[in-house]
Design a protein around this ligand. Structure first.
Ligand code: ZN
Ligand code: FE
Length: 255
């Protein structure tokens, strides 16, 4: 049976998301921005929390862990490289490891850059990816602990997932990301189409994710730093892709 997901807002602009295995009843919360909305989501779905899969140590992804673990005795899985900075961790994972949520099997992809030990979770059978603050729709996370080259490599790993992979990110930033992306690629038709779609989704109170990797590749400037036109548009024609990426990221920081 296919995995089920449930997406809901947390904090100011974080996403909470549950992944559920209908066969076994197992349910994982991807990160735990705060406990109350996760509890409400569990109530609404009738699912029982068995696991928390942490992407990185930032408080807006971890501060609900203690309360949820106390109540549900769930297992907490976290990036090995950041386990010292996250409370209540039961199991640490890194690149190539697998994690089971009941019968669902996720693969760990190291995606450092936003934080030094950031990881993403990819469930190949259901083609679901949980990418935390590495990739956003039409954007990417700020490069805080790593460097631009590292972040670019992480984004390439996510870009290499199957086109029909649906990805869930940590924040609803899509609208602002689109406004910036248009300054890099004003004539990108896929971006214009995504802008229309996002406008409609937001107007009807809906989330703009999940999005697919395939659609994202065509419209997200941060995944397009190795496109000659994108390089030219930021004045870096012929430069290595990571430098183009660094320039786009720098411009977004100042936007
Ligand atoms: Zn973060
Ligand atoms: Fe965050």
């Amino acid at each position: 049976m296919a995995a089920q997901t449930h997406l809901f807002p947390c904090l100011k602009d974080n996403f909470g998301v549950l992944i559920h295995d209908p066969q076994s009843g197992a349910t994982a919360s991807i990160d735990a921005p705060e406990a109350a909305p996760v509890e409400a989501a569990l109530q609404k779905t009738g699912w029982k929390l068995s696991d928390i899969l942490v992407t990185h140590h930032h408080a807006d992804h971890t501060q609900g862990i203690g309360e949820l673990k106390n109540r549900h005795k769930c297992r907490v899985v976290a990036p090995r490289a950041e386990s010292q900075r996250i409370a209540h961790v039961d199991e640490t994972v890194g690149e190539g490891d697998t994690v089971k949520v009941g019968g669902l099997q996720g693969r760990i992809i190291d995606t450092p850059g936003h934080t030094a030990g950031h990881i993403s979770y990819f469930f190949p059978v259901d083609k679901l990816a949980f990418v935390g603050d590495t990739l956003f729709s039409i954007g990417c996370g700020r490069v805080i602990e790593g460097n631009p080259e590292m972040m670019w490599q992480s984004l390439l790993k996510l870009r290499a997932l199957p086109d029909d992979t649906q990805f869930y990110c940590g924040h609803e930033y899509t609208d602002a990301n689109i406004r910036f992306a248009k300054t890099v690629e004003p004539n990108n038709k896929a971006l214009a189409a995504r802008a229309d779609e996002v406008k409609k989704l937001l107007a009807s109170g809906k989330a703009t994710i999940p999005a697919t990797i395939g659609a994202e590749k065509a419209a997200n400037p941060f995944l397009r730093a190795d496109d000659a036109e994108v390089a030219k548009s930021v004045g870096l024609g012929g430069s290595p892709a990571w430098k183009v990426f660094a320039e786009i990221r720098e411009r977004k920081n100042r936007f």
